[in-house]
Design a protein. Sequence first.
Length: 140
Amino acid sequence: MVGEALGLPHAMVYRQPFPGPGLGVRCLGAITRDRLHALREADAILREEFDLCGLNEKVWQYFVVVPDIKSVGVKNESRYEGWPAIIRAVNTTDAMTATVEEIPYEVLHRITARITSEVEGINRVLMDLTPKPVGTIEWE
């Protein structure tokens, strides 16, 4: 309300909250250049798709987490290991509790298809359905 009263741009007032430590809290384990690149790319796809379907202003916070584990997948008819991209989308009014946003399956399918085909090193997309409490909003 204060930002609007001050006449700040809409995009600034309603931007995603983001933790001070930056991407390090979303790139769990070893923070390497290739994992940070995969995280940035996957997160950009999630944000773009949320913008396209109107979820960007409905969901308080949404992001991708890339843990330091790999699983086997298939790409170009060959076996390869990649990281999972975990989607987190929550709503809250106080940041002390949070509910998980329901994302339409067609949107999830589009996000999954794009991330697994466009992001080098990612071979799975998962969704974190844990409310706060039990889980925190971030993964760090």
